[in-house]
Design a protein around this ligand. Structure first.
Ligand code: FAD
Length: 400
């Protein structure tokens, strides 16, 4: 009789596990509580599916907070591997000027369609609208959400690919956490999320406006450059996401969450101070604008720098290039692009097998790793999906 393997979750990690497992002589069942597969993956494709990144692999691996853990898998199934894999599915890709890898059509849907078709041809059995409610050893209690019927199914191995907590309407609701002991999971936190700050009413006219080409950093950490959007709730952008790990560290250490900005990184303090000299012929706003402070940047300076310094060119220049912004926290986890936290590395073997339940393997965003946006999230979901599936193959062949 064929060995039976269940995969819970038809997101990118679960589908990649299914791809590997369906190449062995197993009966592979994918349970997905939503009516269709990979809803978050499709959402990721809405603004252009950034599936990986073509930077040198050492730099690439350094983007993860659990670099050492993920390295063997991400090296093996890197951006080049992903591009070839897509090509094999009939989807051409390209590398953008920033090194980001996208399918040429940008969307996720054509890739997903081709992928699901191939998985079905390889014999994977999909059970949509089927929610796994309980996990006991190798038995799953599954609810058919249409008929409301419950069934207990037994498997030789189970892959958990249930995702983390954000955007729960797309399926990843975190209910799986009850299947594990509390100390097996690092508490989830919002990642790749905006930061919150209560602005004064003077900031309202610049809500939605970008702070262009600024540098951001946390304490003595590395600076990153890019744009930031001023929002009614605080600040948002990929540049903020890149500082997320350092911001979370501040909270963990009991410090106030705060970020430094250099609003005009192309000018030295001396150059800027020269331009910020008050003039009898020009208004302060004009002087600031000519010095490079557009409306959004000038509003932020007015909001955060004491008025007493506005006519002191050197002190003002120093502030513009070293502007401290405290925040009250991150946006809610529900809105975050991804989550930090998840199943801890030490409760898993090197095969991503749960030490407390050797028939269960875990992959994707439900594991305790994190990375900024830029294709790193999907790359690690694919890679851990494959690694968990190989773990299952090794485990099952050792049983023979
Ligand atoms: C708006 C947005 C944009 C993004 N853009 C990018 C991007 O451009 N590049 C990038 O790299 N990443 C991006 N991401 C992140 C990326 O989509 C996720 O990291 C990835 O989808 C996680 O994959 P996963 O398979 O681990 O989990 P998920 O994709 O969350 O899939 C988990 C699946 O498990 C199912 N499930 C959960 N519990 C059960 C249960 N009990 N029974 C049955 N089924 C269950 C869920 O319904 C879900 O379908 C984006 C995310 C968002 C929200």
């Amino acid at each position: 009789m064929k060995k039976r393997v269940a995969i819970i979750g038809a997101g990118p990690a679960g589908l990649m596990a299914a791809e590997v497992l369906s190449q062995s002589d197993y009966e592979v069942h994918v349970y997905e509580q939503k009516p269709s597969a990979a809803r978050k993956f499709l959402m990721a494709g809405k603004t252009g599916l950034n599936i990986s990144h073509a930077e040198p692999v050492a730099q690439f691996i350094g983007r993860y907070d659990q670099a050492e853990w993920l390295e063997p898998w991400v090296r093996q199934w890197d951006a080049v591997w992903i591009q070839n894999w897509m090509k094999d599915l009939g989807i051409e890709s390209y590398i953008g000027s920033s090194g980001r890898v996208f399918p040429i059509e940008m969307k996720a849907a054509p890739l997903l369609r081709a992928w699901l078709k191939r998985l079905q041809q390889q014999g994977v059995q999909f059970h949509y609208r089927h929610q796994c409610l309980e996990l006991n050893a190798a038995a799953l209690t599954v609810k058919d959400l249409v008929s409301e019927q419950l069934a207990v199914q037994h498997f030789d191995a189970i892959v958990l690919a249930c995702g983390a907590l954000s955007w729960s309407k797309l399926g990843s609701d975190g209910a799986w956490q009850q299947w594990l002991a509390k100390d097996e999971i690092e508490a989830f936190q919002a990642s790749n999320a905006g930061v919150e700050r209560q602005w004064s009413t003077f900031m309202q006219p610049v809500f939605g406006q970008p702070l262009k080409r600024v540098e951001a950093w946390v304490d003595d950490q590395a600076k990153t450059m890019g744009d930031i959007v001023i929002s009614y709730y605080g600040l948002e952008s990929g540049l903020i996401y890149k500082q997320g790990r350092a911001l979370r560290e501040q909270v963990k250490n009991g410090q106030t969450m705060q970020l430094y900005l250099d609003l005009l990184p192309d000018q030295t303090i001396a150059q800027l101070a020269q331009k910020l000299q008050p003039s009898k012929k020009q208004s302060l706003s004009n002087v600031w604008r000519k010095a490079g402070l557009d409306t959004a940047k000038a509003s932020l300076v007015r909001e955060l720098v004491a008025k007493a310094l506005w006519n002191d060119p050197l002190a003002l220049a120093q502030k513009v290039k070293h502007l401290l912004i405290p925040f009250s926290g991150f946006r809610p986890i529900e809105e975050a692009i991804s989550c930090a936290g998840g199943i801890k590395r030490e409760v898993l073997t090197e095969q991503l097998q749960l030490r407390s339940n050797p028939r269960v393997f875990c992959c994707g965003e439900m594991l305790d790793w994190d990375a900024p946006t830029g294709g790193y999230l999907l790359t690690a979901c694919f890679a851990t999906g494959r690694a968990a599936a190989e773990g299952v193959q090794n485990y099952l062949s050792a049983q023979e």
